[in-house]
Write a protein that binds this ligand. Structure first.
Ligand SMILES: [Fe+2]
Length: 352
């Protein structure tokens, strides 16, 4: 009997050992939890996979399009790291005490000081510019100059833009307030509203589509949409029909929009969270960010993406480099509310 049982026993033993081994492996694999307003399978994926391979940790996440700060406020330790498309949200989260300050020599070495939160609670991991896309058929770059000039009556009925209360326009118009002063900002935003070809609708790409279809001649959009549309067979014709123009190069410069990363108040995986942040700040992480999002790196040694270097060449920009009107995030405090109030007051989204 013993001889007949042995294969059973040894089989069970092997199975038990295998189970123990895999349980141990699972127990050893650490899990880093992130929260982000980016999508799971979208632009974050290559960076997270590279980090998983490097660290041996598994990254899980909560992904939500809207309401990032409120979610952090209601569940402050649900995630270890917060990654956002919109650094203003982290400024807001920091003001509400939802972020945990960190110190990292690696991050300080990679990230220029203007992209670090002065109180060390988050850093800007990349940026894009919010600029003018114009119809190549109906507009010449020499017809364009500054953001302020978009309020000129010559553009009456010719501008398309997404909702004035979308985060992207809140960030842009908020910078108008911070840089131009209240009176001028109100005039420019009201002037743009007066010049709209239609009530704001759709996302950024749909404004380029409207230019392609002849519904308008100008749009306000983020830089990365040009290469992204060009790479999409369904949208290539939209990209081909538009040129891009970096406003105010002869003046204070073009406004940027920042993405950012910070540590939450959760403490269990703080070291691992910091490791992810150091990776995102590193040359390799920055290159992956640029490749995936077609944004501009904050790391000094990561060049403008090849698909972005020609942007602005028609207006004389070299290597895709442009002058920026840099508004510190702290100067944006209260600007969102100011813009929302104005946008509602003038009926920006109802069209003219
Ligand atoms: Fe976008």
């Amino acid at each position: 009997m013993t001889t007949r049982r042995t294969p059973w026993l040894s089989g069970l033993l092997t199975l038990a050992m295998a189970l123990t081994a895999s349980t141990a492996a699972l127990a050893q694999q650490r899990v880093l939890r992130i929260i982000s307003d980016r999508t799971d399978q979208g632009t974050l994926r290559p960076m997270l996979e590279a980090f998983e391979a490097k660290s041996g940790a598994k990254v899980t996440g909560v992904f939500l399009d809207q309401g990032l700060v409120n979610r952090l406020e209601s569940r402050p330790t649900e995630a270890d790291v917060v990654i956002t498309k919109d650094a203003e949200l982290l400024e807001l989260a920091a003001e509400r005490g939802l972020l945990s300050p960190f110190k990292s020599a690696a991050i300080s070495a990679s990230i220029p000081p203007e992209f670090m939160d002065p109180q060390g609670r988050f850093f800007v991991d990349a940026y894009r510019a919010r600029i003018i896309f114009y119809s190549k058929a109906r507009v010449k770059p020499s017809d364009l100059s500054s953001y302020e000039a978009l309020a000129d009556p010559k553009w009456k009925g010719r501008i398309c833009v997404r909702s004035g209360s979308h985060d992207y326009n809140l960030a842009l118009f908020g910078q108008f307030f911070a840089s131009f002063g209240d009176d001028k900002a109100r005039k420019v935003i009201t002037g743009i509203a007066d010049n709209l070809a239609r009530a704001p609708k759709g996302n950024d790409r749909e404004q380029a589509k409207a230019i392609f279809e002849g519904k308008c001649d100008l749009a306000l959009m983020n830089t990365y949409y040009h290469p992204m549309m060009a790479a999409n067979p369904d949208q290539k014709a939209w990209a081909d029909s538009v040129g891009v123009y970096f406003p105010s190069q002869a003046g204070k410069g073009t406004f940027i929009m920042r993405s950012a990363v910070g540590l939450t108040k959760a403490s269990e995986n703080r070291d691992l969270g910091l490791q992810l942040m150091e990776f995102l700040a590193s040359r390799e992480g920055q290159q992956k960010m640029v490749d995936a999002t077609k944004q501009y790196a904050v790391h000094r040694d990561v060049p403008v993406h090849p698909l972005m270097v020609k942007l602005g060449a028609e207006q004389g920009l070299v290597d895709g480099k442009f002058r920026m009107d840099f508004v510190p995030l702290v100067a944006m405090a209260g600007r969102r509310d100011q813009v929302i109030k104005l946008v509602n007051e003038i009926g920006f989204d109802s069209g003219q």
